[in-house]
Design a protein around this ligand. Structure first.
Ligand code: UD1
Length: 421
């Protein structure tokens, strides 16, 4: 298995190209199942998770082309749904595979999707996806670890109110509702920018959706959707990660394509913590403010709150800030696996339930550490960039799921980082 070696202590400086958002690209690729006409996508990141979604969609009957002149583009075309099963092996590796459920039921009248099972950051059930589809008239059964959903006469519009916002459930039901009969209203919908991006793409395909980006979505079902071209929005989590890479090393980075308006509460939190952020013509400039980093308390919340997907990276930043920071994770149950690894590097962190108290130390020290999930892994990379000496990060396949060419991007701005087989 590959490892990453980082020799810390170099302030990063230069330009980083921010990729398209993984969490927008995945549901939008699944939307290709909704129409027999081609869907052309630009700015698709080259990531392991995108590869998994491609393989899954190909099994279901989607033909996928890479136009040679446009390396970041994909054309997905599903003239006919050939298979309606999302098998265990793919869903187990990538939870976002459940995003084919809504489109398959809506277009083919049936779907058989493996239950995702537990993952490192908590049990993450899909009950909200299933209850929503049931309200739209699907019959749902569980058999042999698979969800079997059927709607032989098609789906119908329904009023759905989530007990709490779920990104995946909102996406699945928005796609299903686009082809249902009548109007669907989703209350307490997730408001993440990736939901807005999916809605924009669906509207370009002929869907009738109002309220994307607010807590109430209205979708008037249409008979059929058609061909469209859509550009995936920039990855706000990758952007935030590089912002923190600049700040933790005391460097300065220009992030091409990054958009501050996608940061939500993180923009203010980072500013309070001593990170200077400035919008530029091509994106965003990030550097550590002259007074240095200071401890700031945060709670993760649904958008526009502070993203859970930035919590681990922010914790790495707080490890070397002046004073203390209380970090509370409210979205996932078990999302502090990076804590013991950061402590191996000299961080002072105490965890009480869902809260971690981080007391800043003057310097972290390189150590061998283990990556446990996607965002935890990258928090170890950030800590390593700031640490004295060498850090060896093991099990880095998680990084490849969500960060495009991370070692090349970091090396290009001065980091001493290499991947060794
Ligand atoms: C998406 C993101 C992930 C991010 C998360 C929260 C993708 C591909 N992944 O994941 O990176 O960390 O949003 O911003 O976009 N829940 C239920 N029942 C359900 C669905 C969710 O109880 O049916 C719970 C989850 O366990 C979790 C919370 O709701 O505690 C939020 O999860 P959700 O927003 O659904 O996350 P994902 O869509 O899986």
């Amino acid at each position: 298995m590959d490892r990453i070696l980082v020799e810390g202590g170099v302030p990063l400086s230069g330009r980083v190209e921010i990729s398209g958002a993984k969490n927008a690209a995945l549901p939008i690729m699944a939307a290709s199942l909704l129409t027999e006409e081609p869907l052309a996508l630009d700015n698709v990141p080259d990531l392991a998770d995108i590869g998994s979604m491609r393989r899954l969609l190909q099994q279901l009957g989607v033909e996928i082309r890479h136009p040679p002149a446009r390396p970041k583009s994909l054309v997905l075309h599903c003239p006919e749904v050939l298979d309606t099963t999302a098998p265990y092996d793919i869903v187990r590796k990538m939870r976002a595979s459940v995003l084919v459920l809504g489109p398959l039921v809506a277009r083919a009248g049936r779907a058989r999707v493996s239950l995702p099972g537990g993952c490192a950051i908590g049990p993450r059930p899909i009950d909200l996806h299933l209850e929503g589809l049931e309200r739209m008239g699907a019959e749902i059964a569980l058999e042999g670890g698979y969800v079997e959903a059927r709607a032989p006469k098609g789906l119908r519009g329904a009023r759905i109110r989530f007990p709490q916002p779920s990104v995946g459930a909102t996406e699945n039901l928005m796609m299903a509702a686009s082809l249902a009969r009548g109007e669907t209203v989703i209350e307490e919908a997730a408001q993440e920018p990736e939901i807005v991006d999916l809605a924009t793409c669906l509207v370009a395909m002929g869907a009738r959706i109002e309220g994307a980006g607010t807590s109430t979505l209205r979708i008037e079902g249409v008979e059929r959707l058609h061909a469209a071209r859509h550009r995936i929005l920039p990855d706000r989590i990758e952007s935030g990660t590089y912002v923190m890479a600049a700040a933790i090393t005391g460097g300065r980075l220009e992030l091409r394509h990054a958009r501050l308006d996608l940061f939500g509460a993180a923009a203010e939190t980072l500013a309070e913590a001593g990170v200077r952020l400035e919008e530029t013509e091509e994106g965003l400039r990030a550097e550590r403010a002259n007074d240095g980093l200071v401890g700031v308390d945060v709670r993760t919340l649904p958008f526009p709150g502070f993203a859970t997907d930035l919590q681990a990276q922010f914790m790495a930043l707080m490890c070397v800030a002046e004073g203390a920071a209380m970090i509370t994770e409210t979205i996932f149950e078990n999302r502090f696996m990076h804590v013991p690894e950061l402590m191996r590097m000299g961080a002072r962190i105490t965890v009480h339930g869902r809260t971690a108290l981080v007391r800043g130390v003057p310097v972290l020290k390189g150590a061998p550490v283990m990556a446990t999930d996607l965002r935890a892994s990258v928090s170890l990379v950030l800590a390593a960039l700031a640490a004295e000496g060498q850090t060896e990060i093991n099990r880095i396949y998680h990084l490849d799921r969500g960060y495009e060419r991370i070692e090349q991007k970091l090396a290009a701005v001065g980091a001493r980082i290499e991947r060794v087989p």
